[in-house]
Design a protein around this ligand. Sequence first.
Ligand SMILES: [Zn+2]
Length: 273
Amino acid sequence: MRKSAILFLIIVGALSCTKVPITGRRQVNLLPESDLMKMSLAEYNKFLAQHPLVPDTDPNTQLVKKVGKNVQIAVEKFMKGNAKYKKRIAGYKWIFNLTKDDKTINAWCMPGGKVMVYTGLLPVTQNETALAVVMGHEIAHAIARHGNERMSQQMALETGGNVLSIAVSGTSKETQDIFNISYGNVAGLGVLAYSRNHELEADKLGLVFMAMAGYDPHETVAFWQRMAKESKGAGLTILSTHPSDEKRIEEIKKFMPKALKYYKKPVTITPNP
Ligand SMILES: [Zn+2]
């Protein structure tokens, strides 16, 4: 790596670098998380206006909310019990919902904790533990602030580094110059791979989070094997940006011993509705 690129990373690091809980990966988040949460809430409300939810009285919705809440409680307990992570979930407001859409095999979580599951995913999850796999993974994206990181990268790319100039405003012209020159070097490195890396990181954190909530993380392998079958049959777009199934399952298996350290008290499982 060139000297300027190293300098760049040091400066950005000093300004805004944080570490992802558990994996310890360093990340750069340039946006205030509160801004991201505001934008996410607006997007979430737009989604609700256009997509019907399955009512709260439906057993499937109740299961989605039960599993979501179980994982949320475990994750919050862990985060609040750790001085380093306490502030990371400040302002998060978790909501777990099920949207009526049998054709889409998907789930997502917006920054700040708005989780949506599509009914099309339920034939693949098939049981409460696999639903916890999905919840763990989605909650992980929010805890790891992948949205902020991705947007920071995107904004940096689109503004040709201006966002980084803003980030260093107030510092000397020299620093700014190093920043601007170095930016080009760093922007070209691995930005496209981040999304895949985020997926793999969410898998790892998800294993830990479900285990903390009392769900057996071994189900994760079975779930992704079922997802692999689905994607072969239907050419799903949801999986097109994901890591290959083999790679994903291989990484999950590798991380399993670490996740099992967090798995203590099994949760009481509700039979599928
Ligand atoms: Zn994901």
